[in-house]
Ligand binder design. Structure first.
Ligand SMILES: [Zn+2]
Length: 287
C-alpha cells in the first residue's frame, strides 16, 4: 500500500507534568533536594493510584494516541520503582497509562499488540534482516531473523504445493505506521481506518514479526478466497505463524478479516493457538 502522506499533528492531550521543580535556595541545597525527592515521591504515588483506579478500556477520545512521551514509555515496565534486571514478561502485570493504553516490552515476540496494548514509540526490534527480493512483492522488506527464516521455509513449502507467495509489507516503523494510519484516515475516514489500520504503536508490524502475504500481484483485499489464502490458513501454524485477524472475530481482535496478515510466534505457540481455536489476541492475553 502506498503511504506517502505524513503530516498531521495529532492534538496532544493533557500532559502529565511530573517534576520540573525549580532549584532550592542556596542556603540549604541538601534540604531542598530531600524535599524535592519527597514531593516527587508523593506525586508519583498519587499518579499511580489515580491510574489504577481508572478503567483500562479503549481510548475514548477520537485523537490517535500512541505518541506517548518517552518518559511515559520508559517507566512502563517497572511500576514499583527499582528496576529489576530480570523482570518478568510485562504481559503479566500490565499497567494502563493515562490514555488507557498499556505499553509492552520491545523485543518480546509474544507481547500482545492491539488497540489497548502498544509498543514504545522508539521501539525498533533487534536483528531485523532484509528478505530476499524473490520473497518480496516490491521494495525492501524486513523481518526479525527468526521470523524471516520461518517465513522463507513457509514460502518454500508453498512453492512445493504450487503456490508462489510474496510479502507485500513486513516490518513497519512507528513513523511509517503513523503515516499509513493517517493516510487511511484521510482516504476512508477515521471509523473505517480504525477497523483496518492500526494506530502507531499498536501495529503488529512494528514487532518485526508480522507480514502481509499476497500472491500473483493481487491487491490484499482480493486475497481472501484464493487457493493461496486457503493454503496459508491451513499451513501457517506449521511454520510458527498465526493469522492474527480471522474471519468473524472482529469483536475480539478489533480488526476486520485479514487473511493475508500473519504473525510469527514460534512453532509451539502457533500450534497451541491453532489447536485452541482461540484468536491470537485471546491466547496471548490469557497466557
Ligand atoms: Zn498486516
Amino acid at each position: 500500500m502506498a503511504d506517502s502522506r505524513t503530516r498531521r499533528a495529532a492534538p496532544t492531550r493533557r500532559r502529565e507534568t511530573v517534576g520540573a521543580k525549580r532549584g532550592g535556595s542556596a542556603w540549604a541545597p541538601r534540604f531542598a533536594a530531600a524535599l524535592i525527592t519527597l514531593v516527587l515521591a508523593v506525586v508519583v504515588f498519587v499518579a499511580v493510584a489515580a491510574d489504577s483506579a481508572r478503567s483500562p478500556g479503549p481510548n475514548p477520545g477520537g485523537a490517535p494516541d500512541g505518541q506517548g512521551t518517552p518518559a511515559e514509555t520508559a517507566t512502563a515496565t517497572t511500576p514499583a520503582g527499582e528496576p529489576s534486571p530480570t523482570a518478568p514478561p510485562p504481559t503479566a502485570t500490565p499497567t494502563a497509562g493515562p490514555d488507557g493504553t498499556v505499553v509492552v516490552t520491545c523485543g518480546d515476540i509474544l507481547a500482545p499488540v492491539d488497540k489497548v496494548h502498544r509498543l514504545p514509540a522508539d521501539c525498533v526490534p533487534p536483528d531485523l534482516v532484509q528478505l530476499p527480493a524473490s520473497a518480496s512483492a516490491g521494495g525492501a522488506q524486513y523481518l526479525r531473523r527468526e521470523a524471516a527464516d520461518a517465513l522463507l521455509a513457509m514460502f518454500d513449502a508453498a512453492r512445493e504445493d504450487g503456490f508462489e507467495l510474496r510479502v507485500n509489507s513486513a516490518y513497519r516503523s512507528y513513523e511509517t505506521q503513523a503515516a499509513t494510519y493517517n493516510y487511511w484516515v484521510q482516504v476512508n475516514g477515521q471509523a473505517y481506518a480504525d477497523r483496518t489500520s492500526a494506530r502507531p504503536g499498536h501495529s503488529e508490524h512494528q514487532l518485526g514479526t508480522a507480514a502481509d502475504v499476497g500472491a500473483r500481484g493481487l491487491f490484499l483485499e482480493d486475497f481472501a478466497g484464493t487457493p493461496e489464502a486457503d493454503w496459508l490458513a491451513e499451513n501457517a501454524w506449521k511454520f510458527g505463524f498465526v493469522v492474527s485477524y480471522p474471519d468473524g472475530k472482529e469483536h475480539i481482535t478489533g480488526y476486520a478479516y485479514e487473511p493475508w496478515h500473519v504473525r510469527y510466534v514460534g512453532r509451539d505457540v502457533a500450534e497451541a493457538v491453532h489447536r485452541s481455536g482461540l484468536t491470537l489476541r485471546e491466547y496471548l492475553l490469557q497466557r
